[in-house]
Design a protein around this ligand. Sequence first.
Ligand SMILES: Cc1ncc(C[n+]2csc(CCOP(=O)(O)OP(=O)(O)O)c2C)c(N)n1
Length: 315
Amino acid sequence: MLSGAEREQAYRAISLARALDERMWRLARAGRAHFAVPCSGHEAIGVGYAMAMRPGVDWLAPHYRDLAALIVLGMAPRDVMLCFFSRPSDPNAHGRQPYAHFGSRALHVLSQQGPQPNHCSHGVGCAWGSKLLGDGSVTVIAFGDGGAQKGEAHESMNVAAIHKLPCVFAVHRNGWTQSVKRSDQYATETLVARAEGYGMPGVAVDGSDVEAMHAAASAAFERARAGEGPTLIDAACVRFMPNTSNDDDSRYRDRADLDEQRAARDPLTRARVLVGAEFAVQVDDENAALAAEAAEWAEAQPLGDPATVADHMYA
Ligand SMILES: Cc1ncc(C[n+]2csc(CCOP(=O)(O)OP(=O)(O)O)c2C)c(N)n1
């Protein structure tokens, strides 16, 4: 169970991620930025594992809906908005990757790649490095349930289990792969049973419950640190928004059904119960102001110099 102070930390992060998410969505819709990747509905998952991580020691190979985890690890709202507005001062990728392709050496966040889920093998490589170095660090490797159907995810979990690598696989299982529904992606309800096939424990968690998520992540970390190898966490959640700002989910999702799921499984509403309404309202107001300020500031930062477009590219 989280302490009182930890509950407040968790709430702050979920609320800030939501405030930034909503602001980015509106800005993208208004044509002020080209690409939003919403995290709403996914926030408690990342907050759960990021709060189990030791900052500057453990590593995260993030899912692109992991804004809330990044916030826990120390990414500031202005840095998020620099990424969103693709400014050269963006600490993630200097404005050279679309928004949500997070990466920060300082925060121990591996660079998120476009092709999904390529970062699974990168995360396993990171964990293997930790084992060889004996530095005691653990790597969280997070991806979607669509990504989990790709060879890269299977190979990564297989190798990690064989070598008992210090990592935690966390699937954000929202039941959609863009517009493709769960039953067209895999024939089971959850992905937990797969873990046994790889030779690691699997645990199903309600990913809208930040305390449950933190407990599962903490147990997986303990196992990894003890040299017992990886764990697969299947974290169920609801993707509140379309896949990205390029998607129209009204073409494939039933609005009434989605509204019902959102009402029942909103990580922010659920975390509000842990901290009390008075605290929550105050934090939400603060975060709405922070998100607005960060957006206004980042949009006013200089654009990249076109002459540098080929920098950092292989010849
Ligand atoms: C190899 C590859 N194919 C297709 C895409 C396009 N794409 C971007 S996000 C996405 C949905 C992935 O779904 P999932 O892994 O379940 O994560 P979710 O978006 O649901 O969180 C797809 C198909 C991609 N990025 N990479």
